[in-house]
Design a protein around this ligand. Structure first.
Ligand SMILES: [Zn+2]
Ligand SMILES: [Zn+2]
Length: 431
């Protein structure tokens, strides 16, 4: 068995890894990069024609993978629904099957429906966590992982008597922390290779909050206060939405989500789980219809995406009148809607990676909130493993070789394990 890491040996995001034998080739993740020439990638790059993306190495030169080539891959497997792991799918040859979890497929499809990512039709095939599936010579077992993306997977990949483990992105302080223990318990011990992420290596060591602590912090901050609570997080960060939802329940406040987030919760709930979603079973969830988004739904996306939540609708006027009793998800595109609802003198909690905070768009939004008397605060926790959780994985699995991936500081792994083997992008190696 051979492996080529096309991207990820020395950077975070844009992961692409080929695992192959003489007869079978599979690609693990098809990630769009977060960086180009060591700088955060500019928004307009994604719109360039594929020939330019190949020249820029946004699309690595991989024969037999892309739509314009002669097909020479047997499968692509996707670990989770973050762009830095699936953002290149639209370039993949349409006759290559793409294996992914039900949650990952749902999130990708909803991003397409809401025009957050481009539409493409691929041969999606759903796998079930913990159940091995076969791709010609390869047996692949997915493991559910604790990560900020819903239904994220790690993979155990076996062929020719060799085993490779790929952690995907993971953490051990989210709402599914138990999944990390399960992965360590159940995945193969002494595997030939462990490819593990190390996003947090090199960051200043800080105490990482658990999702439960996020919930508790919200309660402690808001208890006894009669002012609006606005928060900003990703609508697809389900763990975080649940943390704020649980806090809202305990504070006896209404949880207000916009109609896009309502759709995310509704679609995921259909997969069979206990996620809260706007319905008669969850009377404290209300759905807000931001003007621009609602126009877009009616004109371009499909009115059913809006109409199915009309029974749980909260109007601008109701929002204005009950603002002291809400926990509301917001984002900069809702600036005008909030202004018209005349929300005042509350608390705003920024619950995303602070690196996104400096954009002009975000800054204008926060300035408006500040001018409306909001106290601007940060309450966030990483989607990625702490060093001690990475250590736990390394020690518990006892793999023969540790290959760092999805990290800016691969050499920091040398201090975690003397089995560390730092690789180079694009160079094939034997397992
Ligand atoms: Zn990632
Ligand atoms: Zn991720």
């Amino acid at each position: 068995m051979d492996i080529i890491i096309y991207r990820g040996t020395k950077e975070i995001g844009g992961t692409l890894i080929e695992v192959c034998t003489t007869s079978t080739r599979i690609l693990i993740d098809a990630g769009y990069p977060l960086f180009l020439n060591n700088e955060p990638i500019a928004d307009d790059v994604a719109k360039k024609p594929y020939s330019e993306l190949l020249a820029l190495n946004v699309l690595p030169d991989i024969k037999g993978l892309y739509a314009w080539d002669q097909k020479d891959f047997d499968a692509v497997i996707i670990s989770h629904a973050h762009i830095d792991h699936y953002g290149l799918l639209k370039y993949i040859h349409p006759s290559i099957p793409v294996y992914l979890s039900p949650g990952t497929e749902t999130l990708i499809r909803i991003s397409q429906a809401f025009q957050i990512c481009e539409k493409f039709e691929l041969d999606f095939r759903r796998f079930t966590m913990y159940e091995p599936f076969q791709i010609r010579e390869f047996s692949v077992t997915p493991y559910l992982m604790d990560h900020s993306a819903y239904d994220a997977a790690a993979f155990e990949i076996t062929a020719e008597g060799k085993t490779v483990l790929y952690s995907g992105d993971f953490r051990g302080h989210g709402r599914k922390a138990i999944c990390l223990n399960r992965f360590i318990e159940r995945a193969k011990k002494d595997a030939n290779i462990l490819l593990t992420e190390g996003s947090t290596l090199g960051r200043a060591e800080e105490r990482i909050l658990t999702e439960t602590e996020i919930e508790e912090t919200v309660i402690k901050r808001m208890e006894g206060l009669n002012v609006p609570l606005l928060f900003q997080c990703s609508s697809q960060n389900i763990d975080r939405l649940v943390s704020f939802y649980r806090a809202a329940l305990r504070l006896k406040r209404k949880m207000v989500v916009d109609v896009y987030t309502a759709n995310v919760l509704y679609e995921l709930r259909k997969l069979g789980n206990n996620l809260p979603y706007p319905s008669s079973d969850y009377p404290n969830i209300k759905v807000f219809f931001p003007y621009r988004l609602t126009q877009k739904i009616f004109n371009e996306i499909g009115e059913d995406y809006a109409k199915q939540f009309s029974a749980y609708h909260i109007s601008r006027r109701q929002l204005k009148e009950t603002q002291d009793r809400v926990v509301m998800l917001c984002r900069p595109s809702m600036h005008k809607d909030l202004e018209k609802s005349n929300l005042k003198n509350g608390v705003f909690m920024y619950s995303l990676w602070t690196g996104y905070r400096s954009s002009d768009y975000q800054q204008r939004f926060e300035k408006y909130l500040e001018n409306s008397g909001f106290s601007l605060e940060v309450l966030h926790t990483s989607g990625h493993a702490t060093i001690s959780d990475i250590q736990r994985v390394i020690q518990g699995l006892n793999s023969q070789k540790i290959i760092p991936i999805h990290t800016l500081h691969p050499t920091h792994f040398l201090s975690l394990s003397d089995r560390t083997d730092v690789k180079t992008d694009g160079v094939k190696f034997r397992v």
